[in-house]
Design a protein around this ligand. Structure first.
Ligand SMILES: Nc1ncnc2c1ncn2[C@@H]1O[C@H](COP(=O)(O)OP(=O)(O)O)[C@@H](O)[C@H]1O
Ligand SMILES: [Mg+2]
Length: 416
């Protein structure tokens, strides 16, 4: 398992219970994963070291969590050495690595997405705003750790964005090209599939909560919570598969970039139907923390079959239960999070019925668990309805303590 966040912890938790898994290694892993995997101190983007490690231990299957190693080409590095890895090649991972690539790809394959212009300067951007009209969305082309997008609903927000993207050059080389696109209105959902480049296996539906504060207020974050299933109109999944996912998989293959791995579509469900906001080239975080617990049976055979190109007609069954994840973040997140605050109460939290805890920004310091990153823990509750699952998650949240903890109080509440 490559990575060390709560998404990777959730995957490791599921894999560690699978038949046929003798040994599990996590690089770099985290203190929560240490109970189920051997954590090795190799960074998730150290591709050559990771490949050498996998070769030396004859690792049967490597699963990659984060996008950075995929966009850098970890799949190609492993393939060159004949090592089996689940994740797209560098060329296929461009769907996340370049928003401009994806936008132009959508146009080539008639995949519904917001109208947009590619711009390189303040003047070009201002002209695009004039043409598309406020509200507009600015998007840095490259990877920006979830910070490269600004939705501008007012003129002063447009001015601030023009300064941010073209004077401060806040996104460095990731912001050399910028997409200015029309603002879409509707409900947002995350749609993940597992694919071997030909066959497509949809994962359970999920929704994440991007904003820091209750009621979708405050700044954007990596994700403050998630629910599965996502309340969705019947037939919507089929429409998204037909209009967005299938044309993408066949289009990428036709363009010589066959896609193998998890493809995550961020979709806005508008009055005119679902439209693609973006692709991610890997499992979502925090969506994985709510989807994986609902998987009936083993995860390993599915991941292995996808990596081998043998997904065929394999299907997944999902438990009817509902799952809710509440992210506990450190003081200062999503800006500069404070580190080193002692964490207490995890034992009590885990004693609550139906609760799972996945670590992210935690570390052991002199034998004590302390905060070590922005998103510290994912607290997961399960129940027969989203309301019940939410109550279960919050009963555990209330037992966890660290200074400056931030979390939303409304995850999974008030949904169908
Ligand atoms: N065209 C758009 N219209 C309205 N909101 C958008 C649009 N594009 C992006 N957003 C909002 O901005 C968020 C981040 O954009 P996204 O394309 O997912 O990029 P990233 O996840 O890389 O930051 C989305 O989750 C969505 O809420
Ligand atoms: Mg996104």
């Amino acid at each position: 398992m490559v990575g060390g966040g709560a998404r990777e912890h959730a995957l490791a938790w599921k894999l560690s219970r699978a038949a046929g898994v003798d040994e599990l290694y996590a690089a770099p892993g985290n203190p929560g994963m240490a109970g189920m995997a051997t954590c090795v101190p190799i960074a998730a983007d150290a591709m050559v070291e990771l490949a050498e490690f996998a070769a030396s231990l004859h690792i049967d299957l490597t699963v990659v969590g984060p996008e950075l190693p995929l966009v850098l080409g970890i799949a190609d590095e492993f393939a060159r050495r004949g090592l089996l890895l689940l994740g797209p090649s560098r060329a296929a991972a461009e769907v996340e690595g370049s928003k401009v690539f994806t936008k132009e790809f959508c146009l080539r394959h008639s995949i519904p997405t917001a109208r947009s212009r590619v711009v390189r300067s303040r003047d070009e951007a201002a002209a695009a705003v004039k043409e598309l009209k406020v509200p507009v969305v600015f998007k840095a082309d490259g990877l920006a750790a979830g910070k490269g997008v600004q939705v501008c609903r007012r003129k002063d927000e447009v001015e601030a964005a023009l300064a941010l993207y073209f004077e401060e050059r806040a996104f460095g080389s990731a912001g050399e090209k910028v997409l200015v696109e029309e603002c879409l209105e509707g409900d947002e959902i995350s749609f993940m599939v597992l694919t071997d480049g030909t066959s497509v296996l949809p994962l359970a539906s999920a929704r994440d909560y991007k904003r820091l504060k209750d009621g979708d207020q405050g700044p954007n974050t990596g994700g403050m919570g998630s629910v599965s299933p996502a309340p969705m109109e019947s037939g919507l999944a089929t429409t998204i598969l037909r209009a967005i996912v299938h044309p993408t998989i066949t289009g990428l293959a036709a363009e010589g970039r066959p896609y193998r791995g998890v493809l995550y579509a961020g979709v806005m469900v508008t009055r005119e139907g679902p439209q693609l906001l973006e692709y991610n080239c890997r499992f979502g975080d925090p969506e994985t923390q709510v989807v994986i617990p609902r998987l009936e049976g083993d995860l390993l055979p599915l991941l292995r079959a996808a990596a081998l190109g043998e997904l065929g007609a394999l299907r997944a069954n999902w438990k009817r239960e509902a799952v809710v994840c509440v992210v506990l973040a450190a003081d200062g997140y999503p800006g500069a999070p404070r580190r080193g605050d002692p964490i207490a109460g995890l034992g009590e939290a885990l004693a609550q019925p139906g609760v799972l805890l996945f670590h992210a920004g935690t570390a052991l310091q002199d034998g004590r668990l302390v905060t070590a990153g922005g998103r510290v823990l994912s607290v997961v509750g399960r129940g027969s309805t989203l309301n019940e699952a939410s109550q279960s998650a919050y009963s555990a949240v209330g037992r966890v303590q660290f200074d400056g903890v931030q979390y939303r109080r409304d995850i999974g509440k008030g949904l169908a």
